[in-house]
Design a protein around this ligand. Structure first.
Ligand code: HAM
Length: 435
C-alpha cells in the first residue's frame, strides 16, 4: 500500500523534539502567569463570520488564507487563523468582561493559514498569545511590550529587534486613507488585482501586500505618523516614554501596519534576521474596536502572539541548550519471572514518588536489557536474579561512575532515592562550576 504523508505545510512533533516544545511552553506559560495572565482555550474551529468581522474581510488572511468549509449542517466553519478573535469571542460570550478589569488571558494554540509553505511559514503552526482586555492606558501597552521583551530574555534572545508604530484610530485613519487613495491612484494599473479592490475599501492593506510590485509602490506611500490625531499622538509618546524609562530599545517603523484589520494605535513586532524571510517572531498591538465589533460593549484591548515554530527555529539557529529529554532514573534488568514481578512493583513505587523507573517490556535477555539501559541513558541500573531474591540484597549500579551500592529489599527504594537525590545535587553543582 502506498504510504500516506502529512499534508503540505504541516509538521509532526517528533519524540526527539518533545522536550524542546515542553521547555518552551513551560517557560512562556510560567512567565505569563507571573505577569498576571490566565489561560483560556477556545475551539479550533469557529463560525466563519467571527474572522470575517474580527480579522477583516480585506485582509490576506480572510481573502486568501482561511481554511473554510461547510459542515454537514450547512454552516460555514473556519479553522482559526489566529487566537485573538476566538479569545475575545469567548470573553464576550461568557460575560468575562463584566468582572473586574483588565481581563488578562493567555493561550497556546494551533492556527491554520493556507500560505505558501517555507522555512518558518506553515499551514498549521502554533502561537503563544496574550490578550489584555478593558484598558486604554498607554502604561498597559508598555507593560505588554516589556513582557514580550522578557520572554525573549528568558531564552537569552536579548538582541531581537523591537519595531514599533502607531496606526491611529478610525478618526486619524479617515485622513490617512484619503492620502493613501490619492497616492495609490497614480499607480492603479500596476497594483495587483487584490490591491486594486482594496484601494477604495481599505487602502492601508496595500501597505501589507506581499506582491513585490505592490511593495515597491508602497515604499514611498505617505506615513501614518503624519496623520495621527492628538489623542493617538499623545498615547504613542507615552508608550515610548515608558519603554525608554525601562531601557527597552526600539525603532519606530511607520511601515508596520500588521496583517489583521482590528489594530488601532500601538502596533509592534519583534524581528530577527537569522531564520530567513519569515523573521517576525512576535507581533501584536492595540485593538480598541474589536470587542464591540464582536458584539460586546465598547472596550479597549491589546495583545500579541508569538509563533512557536519561529521561536524554535531561532533557538536552534543559536544553539540554545535545551534541558535534555527524560532518561530513566533507574532501570531494572531482570532474570526470570519472579524478578520481573518485583521490578514491576518497584517501578510503580518510584513512579508515584516522582522518579522515572523502567523495566524490560520486550522479553529481552539480560545482556540485551543491559545494552538497552545503557542506550537510553539510565542513571542507575539494578539487576535482579533468583540469587538476589534469595539473598534479599540488591546491587544498585551508578552508570556514570561504575560504583555499586548494596541494599536489602526493605530499604531499597529509600536507598535508591537517596542516591538519585545526591546525584541530582552533584550534577547541578557540576553545571554551576562549569558556568
Ligand atoms: P500575526 O502577526 O498574524 O498576529 O501572527 C503572530 C505570529 O504568529 C507571527 O509573528 C509569527 O511568528 C506567527 N505566524 C503567523 N503566521 C505563521 C505561519 N504561517 N507559519 C508560522 N508562524 C506564523 C496575530 O495572529 C495576532 N492575533 C496577534 C495578536 C494577539 N494581536 C493582538 N493580540
Amino acid at each position: 500500500m502506498a504510504q500516506i504523508k502529512a499534508p503540505r505545510g504541516t509538521q509532526d512533533m517528533l519524540p526527539k523534539d518533545a522536550h524542546k516544545w515542553e521547555e518552551i511552553e513551560t517557560v512562556l506559560l510560567s512567565l505569563a502567569k507571573n505577569y498576571g495572565f490566565v489561560q483560556i482555550r477556545t475551539p479550533v474551529f469557529e463560525n466563519t463570520q467571527l474572522f470575517e468581522r474580527g480579522v477583516g474581510d480585506t485582509t490576506d488572511v480572510v481573502q486568501k488564507e482561511m481554511y473554510t468549509f461547510e459542515d454537514k449542517g450547512g454552516r460555514s466553519i473556519t479553522l482559526r487563523p489566529e487566537g485573538t478573535a476566538g479569545a475575545v469571542r469567548a470573553a464576550v460570550e461568557h460575560g468575562l468582561l463584566n468582572d473586574a478589569l483588565p481581563l488578562k488571558l493567555s493561550y497556546l494554540t494551533s492556527c491554520y493559514r493556507y500560505e505558501k509553505p517555507q522555512a518558518g511559514r506553515l499551514r498549521e503552526f502554533h502561537q503563544f498569545g496574550v490578550e489584555c482586555l478593558g484598558t486604554r492606558e498607554p502604561i498597559a501597552d508598555a507593560q505588554l511590550i516589556l513582557f514580550a521583551r522578557r520572554l525573549f530574555d528568558c531564552f537569552g534572545l536579548d538582541d531581537i529587534r523591537l519595531e514599533l508604530n502607531s496606526i491611529g484610530c478610525p478618526e486619524c485613519r479617515k485622513h490617512y486613507h484619503a492620502a493613501l487613495r490619492e497616492y495609490f491612484s497614480a499607480h492603479t494599473d500596476t497594483l495587483c488585482d487584490t490591491c486594486k479592490g482594496r484601494l477604495e475599501k481599505n487602502p492601508m492593506r496595500i501597505l501589507d501586500c506581499k506582491s513585490p510590485t505592490c511593495r515597491e509602490i508602497a515604499a514611498n506611500a505617505p506615513s501614518i505618523l503624519d496623520y495621527l490625531c492628538e489623542d493617538c499622538r499623545t498615547h504613542f509618546e507615552k508608550v515610548k516614554e515608558y519603554l525608554d524609562l525601562n531601557d527597552i530599545l526600539f525603532t519606530v517603523n511607520p511601515r508596520i501596519v500588521r496583517g489583521l484589520d482590528y489594530y488601532t494605535k500601538t502596533v509592534f513586532e519583534f524581528v530577527c534576521d537569522d531564520i530567513g524571510a519569515q523573521g517576525t517572531v512576535l507581533g501584536g498591538g492595540r485593538y480598541d474596536g474589536l470587542v464591540e465589533e464582536l458584539g460586546g460593549k465598547p472596550l479597549p484591548a491589546l495583545g500579541f502572539a508569538m509563533g512557536l515554530e519561529r521561536l524554535l527555529l531561532l533557538l536552534e539557529s543559536r544553539g540554545y541548550a535545551f534541558v535534555q529529554s527524560a532518561r530513566p532514573d533507574i532501570y531494572f534488568c531482570n532474570i526470570g519471572d519472579n524478578a520481573l514481578k518485583i521490578a514491576l512493583s518497584f517501578c510503580d513505587e518510584f513512579g508515584l514518588d516522582g522518579y522515572y523507573a523502567g523495566l524490560d517490556l520486550m522479553g529481552r535477555g539480560l545482556k540485551a536489557q543491559m545494552k538497552y539501559a545503557n542506550k537510553i541513558g539510565a542513571r542507575f541500573t539494578v539487576v535482579i536474579g533468583d540469587d538476589d531474591i534469595e539473598a534479599g540484597v540488591l546491587n544498585i549500579k551508578d552508570m556514570q561512575t561504575g560504583e555499586v551500592y548494596q541494599s536489602d529489599f526493605a530499604s531499597f527504594v529509600e536507598t535508591a532515592e537517596n542516591l538519585l537525590l545526591q546525584s541530582t545535587i552533584e550534577e547541578s553543582l557540576g553545571v554551576e562550576n562549569n558556568e
